[in-house]
Design a protein around this ligand. Sequence first.
Ligand SMILES: N[C@@H](CCOP(=O)(O)O)C(=O)O
Length: 430
Amino acid sequence: MNYYSLNKQAPKSTFENAVVKGLAPDKGLYFPESITPLPHNFFKNIDSLSNTEIAFEAIKQFVSPEIPEAVLKTIVEETLSFDFPVVKLNDNISTLELFHGPTMAFKDVGARFMARCLGYFNKDNDNEVTVLVATSGDTGGAVANGFLGVKGVNVVILYPSGKVSDIQEKQLTTLGQNIKALEVNGTFDDCQAMVKTAFLDEELINKMQLTSANSINVARWLPQLFYFMFAYKQLYKKYNNIVFSVPSGNFGNICAGMMAQQLGLPIKHFIASNNVNNVVTRYLQSQLYEPKPSIQTISNAMDVGAPSNFIRIQEIYKNQFDNLKENVSSYSFTDDETKEAMLEMYNEFNYVADPHGAVGYLGSKEYLKENPEAHCVFLETAHPTKFLDVVEEVIKEEQALPQQIQEVMGKEKVSVIISNYEELKSFLLK
Ligand SMILES: N[C@@H](CCOP(=O)(O)O)C(=O)O
């Protein structure tokens, strides 16, 4: 499979090159040259397949032959060593829990998959790759965990100071070894902009191999399409009008869902559920794409002003606004509405949701007003105890901490504070 740059000014790339470089030389995001739908029977009998078999069949065309099939099978098996259960709330709403991995957020799958791909490409050489990551909360911890100790890989995580939850901060600042955390005086957008500036900096790129472990990297982004297939497998015999509500920040997850749909997964519609960082909600209303600086919210992983993957979404819909609008609805919700939804789910369904899942639930409810026949699945992207203060304040009940969270709680935070790009650059050059 070859990849092309969405800026259309760079040569085609192999999968390996796209993973190792992250961005194309013209700074465009890579996109696969072709998408071949899976056979109809694959979806008809999907409940006879294991998650690993589904994921292997779905991802194979995007990575082979550069990663041999036997190796890919192992990568997929190791990546998916936990559960992805669907929990039914009522006849119209279910949730897909994506938080059963090591850092209890949906990013674990992409981070573990990408780390293993890089590990495979580095196994027979002494190359050093520096992985730069900007995080608004969950990517950082997942990448730290997924890349810990991977040969030839140094990870530098940039996160906005004071704008991630305590547990998210512990997850990305306490592992040591090849993982370094930079605490940025600024927003997630500032972190993401610094990372993108580094990729353009001739002096840096002549001295070191930089790549990204954000969803701009195809190996981080594409495995997220598995989730939609795992949910479908659990629900398709009961419902024939499955709609996904995806809490969206950088829009990598929903965009991966659209790739699953391109592969033939019968998804009826997508809901892009936003907090007040709602550039896409506004775009679908006005057709004007007007990014704004991000605003801090209780669903902090979605505090993104200019989502990187919007350009991939436009490519999937061939830049046709009407096509996009037909297949995607988008709503935006305030923190107060989010808290009310958390309480409602707790009181009505005895379900403890995190603020991101609550935004997804609200998106489902909004869509159902006009489409009462749909069955909406909202993605529960992180475990509620990652947002302990908000969750306990809202539902007024103490939460038991899962093992994964307990493990990081007592560890000591190590970070370096930076305020601008020059400080990032001198850190990297050191
Ligand atoms: N929501 C993210 C922001 C970065 O998104 P990514 O999917 O591109 O890594 C986070 O939790 O850090």
